[in-house]
Design a protein around this ligand. Structure first.
Ligand code: NAD
Length: 372
């Protein structure tokens, strides 16, 4: 945590610390808002106005091709505040009970779901049924089977489905992929990717500690980024997984979900990626060792700003507003009626969930789990 305060880190990752929201003071990579006609903007409704929705509103403000056009919330005071702040008319303000009436609203093109993890599947299915494109936050769902059902529902409804994988829009991660997949330092043999922070001040009632709403602990909420980075730096899918769960140092909080978990992914090339996700200490790093050198990022998986280094030199790219870049790319594809890029698709979320399920299975059985 040298260049990044722990409090900012925790707030930005959206876990647990009261109601305070710190919007990242990032400069958007998106060019200055051009004269994009309103009909060339995608009208987005945010569903679930919590911490990450507050981060996304900064991304929406900086985006060129999106407009915050609607909201879904169960809290009337929040509805009034957001409607006033963003000029959202009553007809575009929904509750969880009236959500399905979105089907009759041509002024909303896409619903962005920022609800607790356990509600992702239900609201993707409902958005698809309402005929709306949908972005769902990570983790996409709890199981690979859930992901399949979500993908199928969107396909049948003729709408596009994306997962909010913001890191694909950060130039440091684009560089990690190039260094790994193009074998700039030869074959990658070993990767380490970890993300966690020490949970302080969280209420025992917080949904992140509730299995039905969170699906798991830090693996579900943060570990998905570690799994992703290992997969996209190599461009391979793991063939086997081992994992170890524990220890529990805060038993009053961690009754239902894990507090600490470590795992190893084994890839067809022989490379391995070892990772930890934790609620007990702060860690945010990626490292890859290849035949002719190494490359690393630290911080690596949060909102940045990231710092990169290889065995030859430092690499630092401009700070980007990850959310604005992600939203603009999605909007441009949908407005042009083109399929969304594979790396942010529901299919990508399904692949991550397959690995996460295997990690939990390995941790709970103590066995090496093979992925067919
Ligand atoms: P949050 O608790 O701050 O917000 C969740 C919102 O859902 C709240 O407004 C809450 O009122 C509402 N809600 C509706 N039904 C609820 C219920 N039954 N129980 C609890 N809340 C309910 O959470 P958050 O940190 O904004 O996370 C929301 C989603 O966004 C999660 O899936 C999380 O993984 C994801 N997230 C992604 C990033 C990222 O960097 N991509 C960062 C943070 C969170």
């Amino acid at each position: 945590m040298s260049t990044y305060s722990r409090r900012t880190f925790i707030e930005q990752m959206g876990w647990g610390l009261g109601a305070a929201v710190t919007l990242p003071s990032l400069v958007s990579m998106t060019p200055e808002r051009a004269n994009v006609q309103d009909k060339q903007r995608l009208n987005i409704a945010l569903c679930g106005l919590g911490r990450y929705a507050n981060v996304l509103k900064g991304g929406l403000a900086a985006s060129q091709y999106c407009r915050l056009a609607g909201i879904v919330t169960g809290t009337p005071a929040k509805a009034a505040e957001w409607q006033r702040a963003y000029g959202i008319p009553d007809k575009n303000s929904y509750t969880y009970q009236t959500f399905d009436q979105l089907s009759r609203n041509p002024d909303i093109d896409l619903v962005y779901i920022t609800l607790p993890n356990g509600l992702h599947k239900e609201y993707v299915l409902r958005a698809a049924k309402a005929g709306k494109h949908v972005i769902v936050e990570k983790p996409m769902a709890f199981t690979e089977q859930d992901c399949r059902e979500m993908i199928d529902a969107c396909q049948k409804a003729g709408v596009q489905l994306a997962v909010g994988y913001r890191l694909h829009y950060d130039p440091h991660h684009i560089e990690l992929k190039r260094l790994g997949q193009d074998k700039i330092f030869g074959q990658v043999r070993l990767m380490e990717a970890s993300l966690g922070y020490r949970l302080e001040g969280i209420s025992p009632d917080d949904w992140h500690l509730n299995k039905a709403l969170a699906g798991g602990g830090p693996l579900m909420n943060l570990g998905v980024y570690c799994v992703q980075s290992g997969r996209y730096v190599l461009g391979e899918e793991p063939v086997a997984v081992t994992a170890q769960i524990g220890p529990v140092t805060m038993p009053a909080l961690f009754k239902e979900v894990e507090e600490n978990i470590t795992w190893q992914l084994y890839f067809p090339s022989g490379a391995i990626c070892t990772s930890s996700s934790t609620s007990n200490c702060n860690v945010d790093r990626f490292f890859a060792s290849a035949d002719e050198g190494y490359f690393e990022l630290e911080p690596a998986l949060s909102y940045g700003p990231f710092k990169g280094r290889t065995s030859r030199a430092a690499f630092n790219f401009p700070v980007v507003n990850q959310q604005a870049a992600q939203l603009d790319d999605i909007a441009q594809h949908i407005l042009a009626n083109k399929p969304l890029p594979v790396h942010i698709s529901g299919e990508e979320g399904r692949k991550d969930m397959r690995v996460i399920e295997a990690i939990y299975r390995a941790a709970h059985t103590g066995r090496k789990i093979t992925l067919a």
